[in-house]
Design a protein around this ligand. Structure first.
Ligand code: 5GP
Ligand code: ZN
Length: 133
């Protein structure tokens, strides 16, 4: 629990939310500014700022998959995007780990922009990352 965290307040029931799922470790609720109908946030009850603090949170996976299935089926979505931002530069606004589960429906335009390039120096890039593990 972090005193100044809006998502901790939602878990505690001090700030209202539209609950979709809850278990001992995980809470899921509707995003207040949905990208599409059914946009749901899945969060751990334990406060960590972002994915970098979540190495021990294996229990996130099953609820995340269950909620994704439910979000897809509830209104007949064609697909589901899972988004997860870490750090201000990466678009994170609420610093309590959360997974966005966003359904996409027939006729929707996927609005995700990445500037792609061709992979170069794959050997050394992969090695640099591996060395950090
Ligand atoms: P981020 O940009 O950090 O990945 O996403 C934060 C998300 O939290 C946003 O989609 C925003 O709409 C949602 N959000 C922020 N404050 C509240 C709130 O008080 N209630 C709910 N339900 N969603 C919130
Ligand atoms: Zn929190």
């Amino acid at each position: 629990m972090s005193d100044d965290c809006i998502f901790c307040k939602i878990i505690e029931g001090d700030v209202p939310s539209y609950k979709v799922y809850e278990d001992e470790n995980v809470y899921a609720f509707l995003d207040a500014e949905p990208v599409s109908k059914g946009h749901t946030l899945v969060i751990p009850k334990e406060h960590v700022d972002d994915i970098h603090g979540a190495a021990d949170m294996d229990y996130m996976w099953e609820p995340l998959v269950k909620v994704s299935n439910a979000v897809k089926d509830a209104f007949g979505a064609e697909g589901v995007n899972i988004a997860q931002n870490n750090g201000e530069k990466a678009g994170q606004e609420v610093f309590h780990l959360h997974f966005h589960v966003t359904p996409i429906y027939e006729g929707d335009e996927l609005d995700i922009t990445y500037n792609r390039s061709s992979l170069e120096s794959g050997d050394s890039v992969a090695e640099e990352i591996s060395e950090q593990l």
